[in-house]
Design a protein around this ligand. Sequence first.
Ligand code: C5P
Length: 227
Amino acid sequence: MQNITIAIDGYSSTGKSTIAKQLAKALGYVYVDTGAMYRAVTLFAIKNGFIGGKRDNINALVKLLPKISLKFVFNEKLGFAEMYLNDENVEKEIRGMDVSRQVSKIAAVEEVRYKLVDMQKKMGEEKGIVMDGRDIGTVVFPNAELKIFMTASPEARATRRYKELLDRQEKVSYAEVLQNVEDRDYRDSHREISPLRKANDAIEFDNSDMGLKEQFERIHNYALRVI
Ligand code: C5P
């Protein structure tokens, strides 16, 4: 058995992180949710008034980038790592709609991507890692031994995300969630730097009509074939 790198990319709310987490656990690998990193930088920008107000001030954010510390801290009780922004646990805050509305704008900033991609490459130096995001198979780990590109219909994805937000007691309508999912996909696929696209050697995986168990079994099998 060799340690490999597994890249899971795809559109918003395709359930990438749920499968990536399960897969990492089954293989004894590290799991990294790169969306959480972009979300944490976005939260920092919102809290400092650089975005979300009348006028965006991306230059001010870029200047402060070296001062932003991002860490994943494993929570034994929950069984996964939580995101810390400048030593504060922001796991809950980064998942809300305020951050979701702004994150694609921040993720299109070259300097932000440069900082986060550099951190991600370092996390994967030892292999034995499952990383999910938008550019993992194309930019972060172009040589990953296994690449999955997850897709599902916008409606299937918005329904999942809407349920998640309701469970967290967020006041939001299904229409707004669907719009947000579609907007983010558009922005993420049309940005200049590292747009979301399927790597040539990635396996396309449509899970619109597939339960979690079947998704996990299939992807786990792909991994076992390579390992
Ligand atoms: O995965 P999640 O939906 O939490 O990601 C939030 C946003 O972060 C995406 O919509 C995208 O704009 C950005 N992102 C990215 N590259 C990644 C991961 C996330 O641009 N590798």
